[in-house]
Design a binder for this molecule. Sequence first.
Ligand SMILES: [Zn+2]
Ligand SMILES: [Zn+2]
Length: 681
Amino acid sequence: MDLAVQLHTEPEYKDETMTVYQIPLIGKPLAAESMLPQSPGASAQGENSPKDDPEPGSPKAVRQSLEEDKEKESPRKTGDTEKRGDRHPDLVMAFLCKIHPKKGKFLAAKAQELGLPVGTPAIFPIITALKNGESVTFEGRELLPEELCTPTDPGPVFIVLECPHEGFVDAVCENDTFRRYQEGLPENQVALVIHMTPESVLQDSRYQQWLERFGRGTQHLVLNENSAAVHNPRSYKIQTQLNLIHPEIFPLLTSYQSKEEEAACSVPIVRGECLLKYHFRPQQEWQRDAVTVCDHDAFVSEALDLPDFQDRVKECKESLPAVPGNVDAYPEIVFLGTGSAIPMKIRNVSSTLVNTSSTRSLLLDCGEGTFGQLCRHYGEQVDQVLCNIAAVFVSHMHTDHHSGLLNILMERRRALASLGQVFSPLFLVAPEQIMPWLHEYHNHCEEILGDIKMITSQSLVKGCENIKPKAKWFVSSLLESYDLAEFQTCEVQHCKNAFACSMVHKSGWKVVYSGDTMPCMALVRMGKNATLLIHEATLEDGMEKEAIEKTHSTTSQAIQIGMKMNAEFIMLNHFSQRYAKIPLFSEDFSEKVGIAFDHMRVRFGDFPVIPKLIPPLKALFADDIVEMEERKEKRELRLLKEASIVLDKLVNGENEEAPSQKRKQAKNHQEVPSKKLKTVN
Ligand SMILES: [Zn+2]
Ligand SMILES: [Zn+2]
């Protein structure tokens, strides 16, 4: 990407809308206990830590890294006297934005009254001069701008301010630029201050006094952990409706409420909500008409009104045993993201939580937004769940499988501290190729290397001899912490360094996860007799060609892999986002196959139940299924037509030209879907 980077040391930025002044704020570090993990680093040294990093996460390390920055030459930035800092935890940037003044409107009617040449080219220089605030002499008469133009709108000012913790409060309160805008001068009137400020800072009396100094005319918008807004009503809607089918397998979503008490402010503040707007012109005002709302009852009645839905649900319920026998049984699988490539409103990208006991959880892949999904699923309990996560498996380096990891690491660290639990890094089982990415983030953004104990997926392939003693020790403590007898990986057929994994519990169960792959015999061997196979099914049947091109599996291919490994049950996931709500069912569906939805919760005792959910699911998504089947028919017709053209030409002996034409046609058709979703997944 070609990004224009403007350093904070450079002068203000200006475009056709506004001028942005950069305001660096230098803070003081907080006491170490409150901002850093409680006992980090004990097992963090070694292959995943930079050599000279004493204790990642420790104040000493922060200082040292800052000092290194000062010493380090930056060869890429020649002629740049100001060293590009790597990570500066003591520096934040605030932005003061001045929208350009708007010239007054020319009062044409009044000009006409005064006998000016309105409607002729002679008027244009007069208008320009008057709008620029200059007086004009016309036929010996002096015309003043204020008699022929509405007044100039000076252009509102707004401030975007991040004050990450109490250590920055003085820097904010004592800043001279801000002070100039608090003196009550009309041209320096601030319309809006956007505070990205935690509640603890908002409660600080120094900060409150600073807020007051802006005066009554300034609005204050606060964005922090107490901004509780639903941004994805569609996901709540689908979950509310699925919940009518089976309340345990499709539990209702909750919302995360911060435990931080809301600060009492002497100045009125507005809490951020999704799609809340503030207008600077023509009137300065809040607009709430797009703010999202979740109407649970409306979602329910919409589903109940669907043809056949209630009947199918009733039949399904009657076919199930009255008392579910496995409510507290483990393992419990929670699907957090079941879509591929890009996050969509109702299917997030890959992530599956395996709860092996009430106190231990493991993540299989960790796409962007995994933390948000955990919050929506667990609400208040999310911190406990984060503390339970002792390991994350990342199947391969496509972003829909790993880019949520950083946030999980940060939030897990916060959760451990907030629940007063001893900090311990988590086991990261991933291709070794993940390390450059983690190092890059660690060196330039936030310290994270102290949060992981790396076990490369390569070292867990059966028969791998090349395993370092420390990794060996990590593996045995990983097994111990989950009561596992075995944790294995195998290379699969997708991109380079893509892995599936298999875990066998001491009590005998075996869960196998495919990651992304085409049908793969190594996976069949590793997964032999699995209790549960979670397999990707990116594409529908009939799209085998696309599946090969994109190195994914179709629904039936995934099911066949499960049959070959003699899996007791197969859950399909990683659906192409073209199947937004539900994938197409294939003829290979049996009493051993289920399809995953985001927030679906499955225990082994649910295996007989899951296939019985299909008739009510089909009733709920009837419209979508019809639409997808129509699309499928169209595609099949098109393929048939193509084949018959080729056949005709062969029969008529025109095959000299045919190959190139055929290639061209085939190419065109391939490009259609890939244009829509031009991403690797
Ligand atoms: Zn993927
Ligand atoms: Zn992939």
